[in-house]
Design a protein around this ligand. Sequence first.
Ligand code: ATP
Length: 677
Amino acid sequence: MKKEKQQKAQSESKPMDSVTESERACVDAKDGCTDHVEAEHKSQIEASWFRCEQFGLDHGSEPDFGTLPQGELHDLLDQHRSLLETTENEVLPYYENILNNSSCMIVLADHQGHVLNTWGKNRFGRDDRYGQSHGLVGGNQWTEEGVGTNAIGTALITGQAIQVGRDEHFLRANRFMVGSASPIYDSQNDVVGVLDISSDAYLPQDHTLGMVKLMSLSVENRLIFAAFQKDYFILTFNTNLISLDSHWSGVLVLDENGTIVSANRRAEVVLARDLALLNIAQVFDCEMREIKHQPTNIPMKLKALGRYQFYVNVLPPALPVMRIPDFRKTEGYVAPETTLSEPNAAPRPEPAKEKRLLPENVVPLEELEHGDEKVRRVVKQAHKIMEKDIPILIHGETGAGKEIFVRSLHYHSSRQAQMLVAVNCAAIPSELVESELFGYEKGAFTGAQSKGSIGLIRRAHKGTLFLDEIGEMPMAVQSRLLRVLQERVVTPLGSTDVYPVDVKLISATNRQLKQEVHEGRFRQDLYYRISGLNIELPSLRDRMDKREVISYIHDRLRLEDPAPLLTGEMLTLLSSHPWPGNMRQLVHVLKVGMAMADGDVLEDWHLPDDFFDDLQSGETDELLTSNQVEGEKQESLDVRIPKLLGQFNGNVSKTAKAAGVSRNTVYKYAKQGTGFK
Ligand SMILES: Nc1ncnc2c1ncn2[C@@H]1O[C@H](COP(=O)(O)OP(=O)(O)OP(=O)(O)O)[C@@H](O)[C@H]1O
């Protein structure tokens, strides 16, 4: 754990014997406690005002929100999708009633203070004077530097929950509201965001601060569960049985040797110590062996540090195979030997290595782009997301290289030692998609193989499942897939057994899936399940590195067969093509050209007809902007080709070269002309 966080944890923590008692004592001796809290609050506000002066602000300054452009906000939302979803889906429903009855707004901001989303009364109900001017809108950044003392910015700087009253705002412009904010820490104890409740109304403010703290705790707990529940034991503990389910409970994450690999903030406060990498036996009076044998939902009664009684709930890993723990990036952590609890379990994936031997048909990640900013960005994003529990949805035209991209991602991820299972949803007959994906028990249906089948999803266990052309998946199968993704278990057809699965899901489509959802052909809930990170793979014609891509593919093909070189002119001709079939068509055109060439360089009459057909057909706006231009071009070939044929004494190759068309095109126009021999 980082030093400053350790100090913070220590300053927040109290000796074990005083935790619950001191909290109770606070209620009894409210005055003394309140004085202390008030003094601390006052010093925080003073420190913040001092910082604002250092930043060069004065009370009359206008807030500077450093508003993000739409595009960047969109990227930011993509990046924080899991935080957004966790907040929205898991937490807010609990607070809906409170929200609905008060004129306040809940704000989620990222770790840099950018507002990601807001819920509640957008115009702080009571007073129309302020309208939208409160600045709590998506993409606005609430830092102390730009906006002065404010709940979001000050909570981020101090790492602690804080309430900023009207007149405590440094800028007069913000003194119409009260904000209560609490930072959200992830499972590695880094701040990932901040939750804030702001209002211009007179709310019971102590209550609001308590509520926002509770909300951030519950988001943190959800993030911990999402990150660890598949592979680790999760212990929830509290001093009394009834509160075991509350957000105030401590949460500990244990590997199968009992090493604490993560904990929520509450656990460290309650146990009053830094828990990183301690063994459970050093904290509670029990051995890991007992934890492993404890049934879920039957709380254990354990003593901490030999004295203090807690109720402890044990949640075993959802998946039986353990992985190497990765506690909070702590230095010096030596991973214990883990034993596989499944005798035939697949070998554990190796962490991604810097230099790896790739299978021959895999394009190295760094060779997926050659100078196109958009492609570079999506490669970077997707590579990062491969290690997260976030599905990827790729959209791109046919032949744009979606599958090649996925292969490369898989073999550059920690799942590389496991299988990449690519399923083309359009290629499997709809009545078989279900059995292909989920497998079946022997004799499940007529025609089923007598041995039964494990199914493609389970085949991808611990690896990557690539659902290509997912837009073609039948509705009935969509529902079942949704269940698999939600519950992470597969039930084969004709069976009642459930099998846990851990797959990295990547889907691809060349359809506009949102439109499909709108038109009722694709389930909305499935769409949101599969579209964790949305990637747009640009078509070849839109790529800024088109020339370099062509040279690169040409070089790759030359590795297979000695082949003619590309001249600058040829590169220019190839770069000006619309490439409706994208990379697939490029490979095809180059292969044909190389096979036809008889000299040292590739010339235009070596290229296949369809290449020139595309150039001439006016399929893209770039080449032909109107039917009139198309007509002129046709007309000129009608005239030019017979003329050139006459000039070259009927030599088709020379005519094709001079006209910049294929030999077949020459034949086509020559029939109508005169000079053909
Ligand atoms: N980065 C690349 N480097 C080399 N060849 C590539 C690359 N991307 C695509 N290709 C070539 O283009 C072909 C088509 O690529 P791919 O199958 O990945 O496209 P796709 O977008 O999945 O197509 P579809 O929409 O039909 O599924 C590949 O077989 C390969 O020959």
